[in-house]
Design a protein around this ligand. Structure first.
Ligand code: SF4
Ligand code: SF4
Length: 206
């Protein structure tokens, strides 16, 4: 419950002003914490949530990020492309091709849900934060800009040397080894046979 005000007669004249001046004096003598940006760059943690980078090679246009975004500020356009069958008699396949991927950072609340839900590791946090604009419409950034930010994403921490090899790396390594072995075999088979040198004396020679 609010404290009742003292009767008007018992108030000391000028007490409010004195209190205000005391607050001003206290604040003036405190050490300043204002960061003089942009003259001084802030010392941010390397994994700050500055902006979202897109690694578009990994994006399969599954639309999960756009559907889960609570602000509906991810805009994706795509079209379907038919891939011919790999072998005669095989079936044609179709795949989604990304036409547009944009994020409106004037709506984004940096919750990170899109990054969390992306099943193909196509979205990452970048610590880049210097993208202020004077026009709010220019805060919608398209795939080229999102891709540029991708290169400012810090590298993942090194794996524990005792950890089991990740499945995808093991699969890629085995494929590379198999390919190298096939190429080596083909190179050996393609080499011409060594010319045979005859030691028999030719006719007329003694
Ligand atoms: S960080 Fe959150 S609000 Fe911003 S685009 Fe991703 S899901 Fe949407
Ligand atoms: S969730 Fe990932 S793969 Fe799916 S559309 Fe979004 S960025 Fe692309």
């Amino acid at each position: 419950m609010a404290e009742p005000l003292p009767p008007t007669g018992s108030r000391i004249p000028g007490i409010g002003l004195a209190k205000g001046l005391a607050v001003t004096l206290r604040t003036m003598t405190k050490k300043t914490v204002t960061a003089q940006y942009p003259d001084t760059q802030p010392d941010l943690p390397p994994r700050s949530r500055g902006v979202i980078g897109l690694f578009e090679e990994n994006c399969t246009v599954c639309m999960l990020c756009a559907r889960e975004c609570p602000d509906w500020c991810i805009y994706i356009d795509s079209h379907k492309e038919t891939i011919p069958a790999a072998a005669p008699g095989g079936r044609e396949r179709s795949r989604n091709v990304l036409d547009r991927f944009a994020i409106d950072f004037s709506l984004c609340m940096y919750c990170g849900i899109c990054i969390e839900v992306c099943p193909f590791d196509a979205l990452f946090w970048s610590p880049e934060f210097e993208y202020a604009e004077t026009d709010i419409h220019e805060l919608t950034h398209e795939r080229d800009k999102l891709r540029e930010w991708m290169w400012t994403v810090p590298a993942p921490p090194a794996l524990d040397p005792a950890a089991e090899e990740p499945k995808e790396i093991a699969a890629a390594r085995k494929t590379a080894e198999k390919l190298a072995a096939t190429q080596a075999t083909q190179a050996t088979q393609a080499e011409p046979d060594e010319p045979t040198v005859s030691t028999e004396p030719r006719e007329g020679e003694s």
